[in-house]
Design a protein around this ligand. Structure first.
Ligand SMILES: [Zn+2]
Length: 238
């Protein structure tokens, strides 16, 4: 009996060690690809690349804070909060992360690079990824025990079928008009708020997202990314 108890104790120690060192990735790869593909981005097959970049120790400090905003104070996300994060884009010294600023920053990078006539799709690959992270509730709420324990399973809620449902996601995309950066910041804040509220609901009910909730979330991402592609004058592939 003592042996069994000891075995259980060490198993739970190992599990908690694993949980504390595991990285938060956002939706798993195929879910990110589905969002970018449904939005009509020609380079959709690279939409998981920012997570690949983040996995290298040398790049992680610069890249990882672009993928989440741990809204520790559980504050309403506003246009101003989005714009206040822009200066933190690519900055390692930021405990809470700055996902919203990274979206604006990567769109600015694209516009700057494409204005020079150079190949400019890679900044948009980062945008496509960050827009995906924007609809993942555990990337928009506190990194607490609930988040750590349930992160990976919620990242993968629709991983097995997202790429088989591009048509469904596309038919569900709704129109968003973005004419300037203020419009973009307002739309980021709107989706972030919906996502923060879903994060609060699953915490309250102590459960994972359902597949339907995950699809509703990524449809917000795909709709917003499609609007961004139109805003920056990028032809969509469909
Ligand atoms: Zn990510």
């Amino acid at each position: 009996m003592r042996y069994v108890t000891k075995g259980l104790a060490s198993l739970s120690t190992i599990l908690s060690l694993l949980l504390s060192t595991v990285q938060a990735y956002g939706w798993h790869d195929k879910t990110h690809l589905a969002i970018a593909q449904a939005a009509g981005f020609e380079r959709w097959y690279s939409a998981a690349a920012p997570d690949v970049a983040k996995s290298r120790d040398e790049f992680r400090p610069v890249e990882e804070k672009n993928h989440y905003f741990n809204n520790n104070a559980d504050q309403k996300v506003t246009e101003k909060m989005v714009m206040d994060q822009v200066a933190r884009f690519n900055k390692p010294d930021d405990d809470e992360g700055h996902l919203y600023g990274a979206i604006i920053g990567s769109v600015r990078d694209y516009k700057k690079l494409s204005a020079t006539g150079k190949y400019a799709d890679y900044p948009l690959v980062f945008t496509s990824h960050y827009i995906g992270d924007l609809s993942m509730p555990l990337h928009n709420t506190a990194y607490d025990t609930f988040n750590k324990e349930r992160h990976s399973i919620n990242d993968g809620v629709i991983e097995c079928n997202a790429l088989n449902n591009i048509g469904y996601i596309q038919r569900s995309i709704y129109e968003i008009k973005i004419q300037n950066e203020e419009d973009l910041a307002r739309e980021i804040a709107r989706v972030a708020e919906l996502t923060r509220k879903l994060g609060a609901l699953i915490r309250k009910e102590n459960r994972n997202m359902t597949q339907q909730e995950a699809y509703t979330q990524i449809i917000h991402s795909a709709s917003l990314f499609r609007a961004i592609l139109a805003y920056v004058g990028k032809n969509t592939s469909c």
